[in-house]
Design a binder for this molecule. Structure first.
Ligand code: F6R
Length: 368
């Protein structure tokens, strides 16, 4: 059942090209027009939405953070992201034109379930993004987009995360299509980029040995930091979460712009710092991240840099350089998180931990 892998988690990491492809399957026509047949919300309902609130916990919440960058950019609908348990107990302002997007791999997370019940009582529309057919959260929602990751057995979410992001991108593009905030050919071009992602993820997986070598070098690390900006920020948070939950190492993800507001004080000699570098482009994101690597390195950090193929700007500042395929900035999390998953899985294995069943954790958290 583990197909020769030592852990379900490792198997599931390697299933990601397939999981992403399956989650895209049948969701657009040859002409690039999106169709989300199971959605159950009319185009008219979707045109009336004036605010989106994405909720989830843990990794699902990080998928929501990634989604915010894409959905706001593509649809111009104000979009917030919140942890389900924080959302539920703060008396949020909701109307019938609020779309609450609840992300949950299991569909049974109690914090998220209570939050959607509350949202529906306030007449908000609730759309679930879920991997488990017929589970409670999609059953209690107005609409659903199922991810097609297949069963996720390892406690740490991997293919669940990638497919949650894919579903969010599809939702964003679909809203843009319905509301006319993007041209059809722009949407089709992004769909084409999404269809290339399985191949890109496979290319990252083909380089797993390099990541494993890095894990061997860092086996004794007591703390690890992760830096990113924009869509790379949630990737940093997710990289840190994986390391905490699997390797039991103190790990933190930061928005790189925040460094000088405090976290840089943590940097000391040989501290490993992963840096997620956005693709080179017209905006300043890439250059800002290059300065961040320089800043931490000048203070003695050991820099572990994730940057796209052909990015030579980072070479002088990278103690270790892990290459990523070239993808648009908003889609980069789909490829950038994969080396971080491999790293956490391998480091936990080296430490002799139970990767599939980390201490104190359960696969679905059915109590609030
Ligand atoms: C982390 C992890 C958890 C879950 C969270 C939400 O690897 O697996 O943080 O992402 O408990 O679970 P779901 O998506 O089932 O609601």
């Amino acid at each position: 059942e583990k197909d020769g892998y030592d852990w379900f988690m490792r198997k599931e990491i390697f299933e990601q090209p397939r999981a992403v492809a399956d989650s895209l399957l049948g969701r657009h026509t040859d002409a690039g027009r999106l169709q989300l047949d199971e959605l159950r919300l009319s185009e008219e309902d979707l045109r009336e939405i004036d605010r989106i609130i994405i909720i989830g916990c843990g990794t699902a919440g990080y998928a929501g953070l990634v989604a915010k960058y894409a959905i706001e950019h593509w649809t111009r609908i104000p979009c917030e992201v919140e942890l389900s348990h924080e959302f539920r107990y703060r008396d949020p302002i909701l109307t019938r034109n609020t779309l609450v997007v609840a992300i949950s791999q299991s569909g049974e997370t109690a914090d998220t379930l209570m939050a959607i019940r509350h949202a529906r009582e306030q007449r908000a529309k609730v759309l679930a993004i879920c991997n488990t057919n017929g589970s409670t959260i999609p059953r209690e929602s107005d609409a659903v987009i199922y991810t097609h990751a297949g069963p996720e057995i390892g406690v740490a979410s991997t293919k669940g995360f990638l497919t949650q992001m894919v579903a969010c991108y599809l939702l964003g593009l679909y809203l843009a299509q319905v509301r006319g905030t993007m041209y059809g050919d722009e949407i089709a071009a992004i769909v084409t980029e999404l269809e290339r992602v399985p191949g890109h993820v496979q290319a990252v997986l083909d380089g797993a040995e390099e990541v494993y070598a890095l894990a061997r070098e860092l086996e004794a690390a007591r703390a690890v930091l992760f830096l990113g900006r924009h869509a790379g920020f949630p990737v940093a948070l997710e990289g840190a979460l994986k390391l905490k939950e699997l390797a039991y190492i103190h790990a933190e993800g930061f928005a790189a712009g925040e460094l000088k507001h405090g976290p840089i004080a943590l940097v000391e000699d040989r501290l490993p710092v992963f840096c997620v570098i956005p693709p080179r482009g017209r905006d300043q994101l890439h250059d800002k991240m290059v300065s961040a690597i320089q800043e931490v390195r000048a203070r003695g950090a050991r820099t572990l840099v994730l940057a796209e193929n052909g990015d030579e700007d980072v070479v002088p500042y990278a103690d270790t350089l892990l290459r990523l395929p070239r993808v648009p900035t908003l889609l980069q999390p789909l490829v950038a998180v994969v080396p971080l998953q491999l790293f956490a899985c391998e480091l936990a294995t080296l430490k002799g931990h139970d990767v599939d069943q980390p201490r104190n954790l359960a696969k679905s958290v059915t109590v609030e």
